[in-house]
Design a protein around this ligand. Structure first.
Ligand SMILES: C[S@@+](CC[C@H](N)C(=O)[O-])C[C@H]1O[C@@H](n2cnc3c(N)ncnc32)[C@H](O)[C@@H]1O
Length: 388
């Protein structure tokens, strides 16, 4: 399949969007974003292109270093033991190029062969282009893996895993003026696409803000992802017993809608540069918004998913042995320059400023598993003990 060159906006998609705007008299931002990312032929995630990694538009933790997946494998192994060491399914939705799955399966095969022998790994991705990349990278573990559509997934026991899936779900954008919520629509203006504020129709946003106990403040803008609730409900329904492990950048609702975030959190990524203009590079740039982790927890509690642990990515990784592994990997590296490069790369996963440590959060929910003490909950203060 031919990959699209990186420096183009997609004229065909622009025309499709223009036609839809003219037919419907404007598109909610959510419908516009859905076109940009998920139009079946031309959407950013659907067309053939390199998205993740140095030649793409953004890095994800799994593209930074295999240690990320190796540590998650450690946590999955403990979850497997907690469920009785029997058959265990990992369902990963939104696996991108498949490197997280690869690092997990390689670690399980090398370090936990008994679990590897019984594991079933299901990959779900809307993008046929990403499924093709996953198949290419994961052929060594073909016996463990199946690819399915989300709707086809039956009930399972194990862990539902995602890394940077939910930030890519299409969102509604709302603003509050004179005490009234208004929704952003995309219309055709004289100079191209323009935004128009329209009165909110129906109670869905009010219900949303009531549920999360926070809201967009006067004069501010914010995003609302209405797709989260049905997603959590479906995951909970399919999960017979086990865990939901969600990793993404985001905040609890109070922080997400804090007044200092006047413009919301919508961001676009194009060739490793972030911008806040979703009306350029149409179909050729990623569009994301920060995840509302309060919403995930509230929706989960409603359908039997208990919150077991919610933390920053750096605490999660450190709990699973990040520091000890960093020391070990550095000691194995004989070239001092390579050792330094390794340290810098790995620091990216835990650094708060500019790195992925603090804005990235980890939520672990459980169904029918009680309140186990998870490996990732090991306190940072306990780590010094590992070096004595
Ligand atoms: C930002 S990438 C994350 C990639 C990967 N998890 C990683 O760590 O590198 C988002 C992924 O989610 C997929 N995706 C987005 N929306 C989806 C949906 N509704 N169902 C399944 N996959 C989806 C995209 O195709 C892509 O593979």
């Amino acid at each position: 399949m031919t990959e699209q060159p990186h420096n183009t906006s997609n004229a065909l998609l622009e025309q499709i969007i223009a036609d839809d705007i003219s037919q419907r008299g404007g598109l909610s931002f959510c419908d516009y974003m859905q076109h940009c990312l998920y139009h079946p032929q031309h959407g950013y995630y659907m067309a053939a292109r390199q998205r993740v990694g140095a030649k793409g538009d953004f890095f994800t933790s799994s593209s930074v270093h295999s240690l990320f997946g190796a540590l998650i494998a450690r946590q999955l192994h403990q979850m497997w033991q907690l469920l009785g060491s029997g058959s265990f399914t990992v369902v990963e939705q939104g696996a991108g190029d498949g490197f997280l799955a690869l690092d997990i399966l390689e670690t399980l095969q090398a370090d936990y062969p008994q679990m590897y022998a019984v594991i079933r790994y299901v990959l779900i991705d809307v993008s046929a282009d990403n499924r093709r990349r996953q198949q290419e990278h994961l052929h060594r573990h073909a016996e463990q893996i199946t690819w399915q559509n989300f709707d086809e997934l039956g009930s399972f026991t194990g862990c539902f895993l995602s890394n940077e899936l939910l930030d890519a779900f299409a969102v509604h954008v709302v603003e509050k003026h004179d005490g009234q919520l208004q929704e952003v629509y995309v219309v055709q203006g004289g100079q191209g696409l323009e935004e128009e504020l329209r009165t909110v129709d129906g109670p869905q946003f009010a219900h949303h803000f009531e549920r999360v106990g926070a809201g967009v403040m006067e004069g501010c803008r914010g995003e609302v992802c209405l797709a989260v609730q049905p997603w959590v409900e479906s995951v909970a329904e399919k999960l017979e017993q086990g865990f939901v492990l969600t990793i993404d950048y985001g905040y609890p609702a109070q922080e997400l809608y804090a007044p200092f975030r006047r413009q919301g959190t919508l961001l676009c990524y194009y060739q490793h540069t972030a911008n806040d203009n979703p009306y350029q590079n149409i179909g050729c740039q990623d569009i994301t918004s920060h995840v509302d982790f309060t919403l995930l927890q509230r929706c989960g509690e409603h359908v039997g998913l208990e919150t077991l642990h919610f933390t920053e990515q750096y605490r999660f990784l450190i709990g699973l042995g990040f520091v000890e592994e960093l020391v070990r990997l550095q000691a194995e590296e004989t070239d001092p320059q390579k050792a330094m490069a390794l340290r810098m790369t790995l620091k990216n996963l835990i650094l708060p400023d500019g790195g992925m440590g603090e804005t990235f959060k980890v939520l672990i929910q459980g169904k029918g598993v009680g309140q186990p003490e998870l490996l990732c909950q090991r306190k940072i203060s306990d780590i010094s003990a590992a070096f004595t």
